[in-house]
Design a protein around this ligand. Structure first.
Ligand SMILES: [Zn+2]
Length: 446
């Protein structure tokens, strides 16, 4: 058996997520190479695996690595640059001009590294990204050892990444080819939004996504204002337009979905569209509220994303599901809506299902990839422990994430990253603060 890495993690609790609501007390997860081979009571470990290398994680809960379903990772460098504004003003007057000025490979490299560090320290092992220079995002992620689904951006206006639609497609396909076969990296088409992408581009994406068998990651119905604009420009509401373009199916990751009526919810459910809920970004920009309780009742697969750090402003999925669960209750008037176990499913198995990766990721089961985070519940803030899943959703801080493994490789140990240089990442962020902040301040004053 030499050459095969096999080890066990023995924890006070294992929360496999599948079946939903289950907590296994004093269990061990046995990992061989990149996979989970067995989950068993710790009392049986020695007998089944004599002499196995074991790490005891007393007071910890093990759960699947968390999956952030909507990210613009490099936007960490614009965290706090422009707050408390309407989406159109925020984008047109602040974010897009700053991106025009600063975006490039170095910016995306430094911003993504900062995001990856924040993800790992928050228990996140996979993010679904949509940003320019996806080649740089993919390379940074791959070097860190974590996973990403890298969006191939398409938008009908020029940026430093691509001058025109053909160039967006050509460069996107190059990135897809370059990272094909990498275990930790997958790709998706990432058309920006119905108001910024034309019908020809959507049809091209539809055809290519099918050929390449990749998801389509799209901002859809972020605000009610999108509907009137779409009726003016296309004579159709955005959802009806997407339906006419044959885009509504299980491949679609529809992000935001705030302006939905009951008929829309029925349409979304019937076509198997995956909804990605970004509660904190929607609240901060006052974009609207996604009717999560109704979507779940209709059988829609709902997952959760942080959105970019410029509109959230943290990349904290534990915080995000707490907001999602509370908002669903308040908005529906039903305290039973989105119970803790359902909230936890949104950042694990539902997310994996949306990406078509549920056979490998999203829960702790034998045969699945060993993407695991260990959360220390022994802190006073999470005592006493009547219910582990309740604590994870309603009381635990991401600061309690202690260790993270991706594909069986340890990436975070006692909150310290093993593949990233914290000092260098923070120093790079500070240097961008001087450049971006100074320019932005003088512009705002003028
Ligand atoms: Zn977004």
């Amino acid at each position: 058996m030499s050459g095969i890495t096999r080890f066990a993690l023995s924890a006070s609790w294992v929360v496999p997520v599948e079946p939903e609501g289950v907590v296994l007390k004093d269990h061990s997860v046995v990992i061989e190479q990149d996979r989970i081979v067995e989950i068993l009571p710790t009392t049986e470990l020695d007998q089944r695996y004599p002499g196995i290398a074991t790490e005891s994680l007393d007071g910890h809960a093990l759960l699947p690595g968390l999956i952030n379903m909507h990210a613009h990772s490099a936007m960490t460098l614009m965290r706090g640059l422009a707050d408390d504004l309407q989406l159109s003003v925020w984008l047109n007057d602040h974010i897009w001009p700053a991106e025009q000025r600063w975006m490039g490979p170095e910016y995306v490299h430094d911003g993504t590294q900062l995001a990856v560090l924040e993800y790992l320290r928050g228990g996140i092992t996979l993010f679904n990204d949509n940003y320019f220079f996806p080649d740089v995002t993919a390379a940074v992620t791959s070097q860190s050892g974590m996973r990403a689904c890298i969006g191939l951006p398409v938008i009908n206006f020029p940026t430093v990444w691509a001058q025109n639609t053909d160039e967006y497609f050509a460069r996107g396909l190059e990135v897809h080819q370059a990272f094909k076969g990498e275990q930790l990296i997958s790709t998706a088409f990432a058309p920006h939004a119905p108001y910024s992408v034309d019908n020809d581009s959507f049809l091209r994406i539809r055809k290519l996504a099918e050929e390449m068998d990749v998801p389509i990651h799209l901002h859809l119905l972020e605000t009610a204002g999108e509907i009137a604009d779409s009726e003016r420009d296309y004579g159709l509401k955005p959802l009806a337009r997407m339906q006419q373009l044959n885009l509504l199916d299980t491949r679609l990751l529809a992000v935001h979905m705030t302006a939905l009526n009951d008929a829309d919810i029925e349409t979304v459910a019937r076509h198997g569209v995956n909804v990605v809920h970004c509660p904190e970004s929607n609240l901060k920009l006052a974009s609207g509220i996604c009717p999560v309780a109704k979507l779940i009742a209709a059988g829609v697969n709902v997952s959760v994303g942080t959105d970019g750090a410029a509109s959230n402003n943290d990349l904290d999925l534990l915080g995000e599901i707490r907001t999602a669960a509370l908002l669903a209750k308040g908005f529906s008037g039903d305290p039973e809506a989105v119970p803790a176990s359902a909230a936890l499913a949104m950042i694990t198995i539902n997310a994996a299902r949306a990406l078509g990766m549920e056979a490998q990721l999203g829960s702790l089961l034998p045969g699945k990839q060993a993407d695991i985070c260990a959360i220390d519940l022994s802190a006073p803030e999470t005592q006493p422990i009547h219910n582990v899943i309740s604590h994870l959703v309603y009381a635990t801080s991401r600061q309690q994430v202690q260790h993270v493994w991706v594909a069986g490789r340890r990436l975070l140990k006692n909150r310290e990253p093993l593949t990233l240089d914290v000092d260098e990442i923070v120093s790079n962020a500070r240097s961008w603060q001087k450049r971006v902040g100074k320019n932005h301040a003088s512009k705002a004053a003028g």
